[in-house]
Design a protein around this ligand. Structure first.
Ligand code: HBI
Ligand code: FE
Length: 289
């Protein structure tokens, strides 16, 4: 079935989504087509995985590290059904294949039903260090391990449910900022210091160190309203990082009806990616709970 929908705009860049949408189902899910991956693609996945495993130890949050054995299957690109077995047992989530970026409504609908869309194509060799759109490695390695944590898994489903509500309230942009500053680029404070849970950082190379040690970024205590006001850039390191105390705290802070918040936010000016605002509570780099 041909999809005539307009291309999904991801973040602020207007990119034609990559991928074969013609063979996708009406809900944008599709077959992974695992047998179609070439030996070169399996090898590239193995090298991406080996490099990232070195970078995340000591920087990723413990919940992420604990789930890695389910993803870090070093024979190459995992079959999604092989990941779905332990994932389903852990939190009831399932990975589903999609051709690439999908429209917000379909995206939120999948999250609301505990299905995480993983792009089925892998980046090209010349995109080894950075790819604009989320590819298989970003989605599978960056996002899926966190879905093994029951509290974070609950947050992601609530996010999907909230997203479907937000659409009616024209608050998708606010919600996509919240998604960006938590699910993609979130930091968490632990007894051992700041750790990463955001997929956009965990699947990247340079930012894993930058986000925890550089003096440049503005690191502040997470606040949902502040995050929803803050614009983001998709192709640079983040200039602001939001730090949560725990996934319980994140879930509690966002498991409320955002409708009144959307009304307040509509009248407030948005903030630039690196702007400091009154009320910001800075988190020092060597912070620990
Ligand atoms: N589609 N496949 C896919 N993956 C995403 O992460 C994604 C998407 N569509 C929209 C989207 N993310 C963002 O707009 C979120 O903020 C909703
Ligand atoms: Fe992502």
């Amino acid at each position: 079935m041909q999809h005539a929908d307009p291309p999904v705009v991801y973040g602020e860049s207007h990119i034609q989504p990559r991928g074969d949408y013609a063979s996708a189902n009406p809900d944008y899910t599709c077959e992974q087509n695992w047998q179609a991956y070439t030996p070169a693609e399996h090898d590239r996945y193995r090298r991406l995985l080996a490099r990232q495993l070195q970078h995340v130890h000591g920087r990723a949050c413990p919940e992420f590290v604990e789930a890695l054995p389910h993803i870090a299957i070093d024979t190459g690109i995992p079959r999604f059904e092989r990941v779905n077995e332990p994932l389903g047992k852990a939190t009831g989530w399932q990975v589903v294949a999609v051709p690439g970026l999908i429209p917000e409504r379909e995206f939120f609908t999948l999250l609301a039903t505990r299905r995480f869309p993983v792009t089925r194509w892998l980046r090209n060799e010349d995109e080894f260090d950075y790819v604009v759109e989320p590819d298989l490695f970003h989605d599978l390695f960056g996002h899926v391990p966190m879905l093994f944590d029951p509290v974070f898994a609950g947050y992601m489903q609530a996010f999907g449910q909230g997203g479907l509500k937000a659409e009616g309230l024209h608050a998708l942009e606010l919600l996509s900022r919240l998604y960006w500053y938590t699910v993609e680029f979130g930091l968490v404070d632990t007894a051992e210091g700041l750790r990463i849970y955001g997929a956009g950082i965990l699947s990247s190379v340079g930012e894993v160190d930058h986000c925890l040690t550089s003096p440049e970024p503005w690191r502040i205590v997470f606040d949902a309203q502040r995050a929803m006001r803050t614009r983001y850039k998709i192709d640079t390191y983040q200039e602001t990082y939001f730090v949560i105390r725990s996934f319980d705290a994140l879930f509690k802070a966002t498991n409320v009806d955002f409708t009144p918040l959307y009304d307040t936010l509509r009248d407030l000016p948005s903030l630039a990616a690196g702007e400091h605002a009154p009320g910001d509570v800075q988190v020092p780099v060597a912070s620990s709970a």
